[in-house]
Design a binder for this molecule. Sequence first.
Ligand code: ATR
Length: 275
Amino acid sequence: MDRYAVAGNPVEHSQSPWIHAAFAEQTGQQLDYGRLLCPLDGFTATLKQFANEGGRGCSVTVPFKFEAFELAARRSERALLAGAANTLRFDDEGWFADNTDGVGLLRDIERNAGRPLAGQRILLIGAGGASAGVLGPLLAARPAELVLANRSVDKAHALVASHAAWAAQYEVNLRAAALDACGRGFDVVVNATAASLAGAGIPVPAEVLAPGALALDMMYGPKAQPFLDWAAAHGAEGRDGLGMLVEQAGEAFQVWRGVRPQTATVLAALRARLG
Ligand code: ATR
């Protein structure tokens, strides 16, 4: 049976095995999807061994998305733009790297949350791998403005510079900012930082939220709760990262199997499962 896995460190709490098992059952695909805990200095070695043992591809999570991108022989356009990969397919002619995080986030915001992004003002917080993965697809949704705010402003400037041509192509006003000076009244605020992991609280002032704004944290479960509480306390609609997780997985499933699973029922079942 074809084997897949989520590769990262840590991986024990990943919901990806459950999600892909649900997709496989729904589409009648025969596959086995597990977890691959990779030592911090042993990502490549762990993946090569997995491929030798029948692995056909993997999802890549923290902290290996940049390394996965470097490792591949071929890369999709969206992976090239991000400089990071969350999906690897072990093709015979060389490993293929893709990045489905951006399209996953976009589908969750536009379709699941019902918020078309065209003409909107977006604040994206963070300039690590998570932000890099979604910035290009967010720009392609043609918002009026996208501000990229980060604690280390130089990293935000670097990401803005590497996406400047895309921003121009889609006529988006793209700029970098410091966390305490990113502006106010955004329609959509996306938290792509690890601040909640570090227990550091909300990285931006509440003035960034327009009344009724969508405030999405890429985390889910208890880690997302402080951000969701903050959103609710300031008149915004909070949303966790579970929808993005399921949507990026659906896109990865298609990259591997050539079949698109239905995501809505799987997201609803996952929410029920996690309580
Ligand atoms: P990922 O791949 O998940 O994006 P990362 O590359 O380590 O992980 O990036 C983490 C992001 O969270 C960065 O934007 C980081 O800010 P810096 O670039 O300044 O390090 C941000 N971050 C982490 N801890 C934070 C905190 N306590 N407050 C604000 N931002 C934080």
